[in-house]
Write a protein that binds this ligand. Structure first.
Ligand code: FDA
Length: 310
């Protein structure tokens, strides 16, 4: 990992930096590139536009690392309202939701996991009632066991519940093997957090190789792989592996983030590929934005300018 990227990822969790950057004048342009807006109206409008372009959607209400019980409850209520609005708008068949367990209570002390499970459960119930699905995001490696255990518990009642595995973690090949069973929806990404070398690959080439090993397992398994990457080489490899396993076009999907390679999203959808766009919205965009900046060195210039011009 480059020094700059590592420093940025550390900043993504700094409260002081959060308040500086959130108020910086040029930040808004960068935010708008990656975030669908601050309100549910904004995200519903973008969802409609993407659906009209033959893209599927997963919506993330931004927020993470919640340390207040009331905030976790408020995030849960916002998801319930969002699901109701998606249903009213006739979009629930094309748009699902993604949630971070740390946004719904995972870090609330000893009871955190139980609180997050109950909140995630009520979101799953609401999603099931309107005929859509939920995928649980994966955060830093200290949460992986807890997140997988919550997913395992909820899958007893919501077998369609998806989750994310991060190829950069040494453990992920084994997790892919455990989770490549019938009906299991696994979103495979490279991984976006600053992780120690004791648990994760740091070199891009090593991460890519690990991604391909995980892909092989998921594509050969009985589950439903969700290939979450903008890396053209990995997308090609995923399509080749799917062909080799005689997978039909509806037995896996490709996924990309809102604002990143939109022309490629449209191209793949036009070829009849299932392409789902991860669409974040809300006011708490700081951590998400800094992770996106860290992925693309060219973005750093905007970032630096927005700080200097304060
Ligand atoms: P890579 O970073 O190598 O990028 C490949 C190419 O894509 C770049 O060369 C560039 O062209 C373009 N690109 C990538 N990032 C860009 C950016 N920020 N701005 C502009 N262009 C960019 N991570 C995690 O830890 N937990 C999670 O739950 C999720 N969830 C998730 C869902 C979905 C649908 C996606 C697509 C990704 C995630 N991620 C994630 C993020 C993921 O781990 C990873 O950090 C990013 O996808 C970037 O990695 P790529 O695979 O795109 O490759």
């Amino acid at each position: 990992m480059t020094v700059v990227r590592e420093a940025l990822l550390k900043l993504s969790r700094s409260g002081a930096m959060k308040s500086t950057i959130t108020r910086a004048p040029l930040t808004r342009d960068v935010v708008n590139r990656y975030v669908a807006g601050e309100t549910t109206d904004d995200v519903l409008r973008i969802t409609r536009t993407l659906a009209d372009a033959n893209l599927s959607i997963t919506i993330d209400r931004l927020g993470e690392d919640t340390t207040k019980v009331e905030q976790a409850a408020e995030t849960t209520r916002a998801y319930l309202e969002l699901l109701r609005l998606l249903d009213d708008a006739g979009l629930a068949d094309i748009a699902e939701v993604s949630i971070k367990l740390s946004a719904v209570g995972q870090f609330l002390g000893r009871d955190g996991e139980r609180i997050a499970t109950e909140h995630a459960r009520s979101i799953c119930e609401a999603a099931g009632a309107v005929g859509t699905t939920v995928t649980i995001d994966m955060e830093d490696h200290t949460t992986t066991d807890s997140t997988l255990s919550v997913v395992r518990a909820l899958r007893a009642d919501f077998p369609w519940l998806g989750t994310v595995l991060q190829a950069y973690l040494h453990r992920s090949e084994a997790d892919c093997r455990d989770l490549a069973y019938q009906g299991s929806r696994i979103r495979l990404c490279k991984g976006a957090y600053a992780e120690p070398e004791s648990v994760a690959y740091a070199e891009p080439a090593e991460i890519d190789k690990a991604y391909v090993r995980c892909l092989r397992i998921l594509m050969a398994g009985d589950g439903y792989p969700m290939v979450a990457t903008h890396d053209p080489r990995l997308v090609e490899i995923a399509l080749t592996l799917a062909d080799r396993q005689h997978r039909s076009k509806d037995s896996f999907e490709l996924q990309m983030l809102y604002g990143i390679r939109p022309a490629e999203q449209a191209r793949l959808a036009a070829l009849g590929r299932r392409m789902r766009v991860y669409v974040p919205y809300g006011t708490d965009w700081y951590g998400y934005l800094v992770r996106r900046l860290a992925e693309k060195p060219a973005n750093l210039r905007f970032f630096a300018r927005s700080l200097v011009s304060r």
